[in-house]
Write a protein that binds this ligand. Sequence first.
Ligand SMILES: [Zn+2]
Length: 455
Amino acid sequence: MDNNTKVVKQAKQKKINKIKIILSTIALSSCLLLGGLFLNMDKMAGAAKIDNNKEIGAFMIHEPTIKYGFVLDTFHVTQSEIQANQFLSDLLLQYKVDYIDIDQLVQKTNDIFDVRNFRVGKPYMILNTDTTTAADYFIYEPSVYNYLVYDLKNHSVEKVEREIITKIESAAGIIESSLWQTMIDNNLSFELTAEMEDALAWSIDFHHIQKDDRFKLIYERHYIDGKPVGIGEIKGAYFKNFDNEFYAFYFENDVHSGFYDLEARPMEKAFLKSPVKYSRISSRYNLRRFHPILRRTKAHLGTDYAAPYGTPIFAVADGVVTKATRSRGNGKYVKIKHDGVYQTQYLHMSKFGEGIKPGVHVKQGETIGYVGSTGLATGPHVCFRFWKNGRQVNHLKEDLPPPEPMPKKDIPRFNVLKDTLKKQLDMVQFEIKDKEPISSGEQVLEQDSTASSNP
Ligand SMILES: [Zn+2]
């Protein structure tokens, strides 16, 4: 085994299964202390990268450049990106690897990575010890989470998972105009906004948030080589909507993993508040509405959610599809029976979800169709109709059935977690206005665990 292979092997051994965070064991003060410490370490690491040649005494010491586990200084290195219509064979032929070797390589490595899955724009690197002969290694990086090392001489490939550092961070914001604008103003990602909506979707009608509403979040953020690459789980959330305060805590048990409130009640309800994400209500349930197409007063027995064409429409609760058909007024629509009392109906779809037809069982949150404007519709939206005992009612005014409670035996464990998270949430500060926007929003609370699995 040569040195280069050894380094790769070591990188592989770093694979540690994702360690679940036990926040309850960490005192808050030490979290904040640790946060500060790691922030400083990041800065130090950044500074060290600036110059590879360090002067120690009178001697210049050259630090080796290591990438993908190889000491690059010992190779001729070519780095580029996959071009349109570029195949592995085209690429490797340029580096003197012959057809027979390429063919063998593809055959022997296809079950680890199918070379047809190379994507335009993704980075690759060729390593060659002697440019007069065939290249030694081809490295391809399909995502920030892992890369593939092709050993061209031995016709083998290794998939190396990168080490992910998970940090627990916090964020806070006060709504000025919209939630999205607030997230942008606070330098928070689309992904985090979406996660927050998921965490609180059952308690907060995000179509009804207003100026001065506020939120705080404690969440996991993944880093690779010091760069943020994604959001993990939201651990705790706080939202103040009008005068109502909500807390949500993520908790896992045998029965159900999800968000629970201060009293250990599941936040998820038997019914979702709306059948589409990131939409806006364009017309409410109204018994005396003036119909824009028919041009006369006609009761509007549903709630319209405007969203772009093709936006997925979800079943708001578990049930059985009773209709997936088309009519002149409704366009393409789906109707679902949930139990003896409730049915829901989704109109004006552009198309049905895969396999959606009468008799099929659907789960809450499953895609049953896509937003369109079939039937009598002026633009893309879903008209959502909620049936109770055979009558159409306004679902936003309904007191819907509660979900299954948390098993009693889990409550003490939940309470420990809840107390810690609540303390942390209460300590998160809102941004003071007229501050540099970059420094706002996020605070690192704690450096957490390492993981190398795909999240
Ligand atoms: Zn409607």
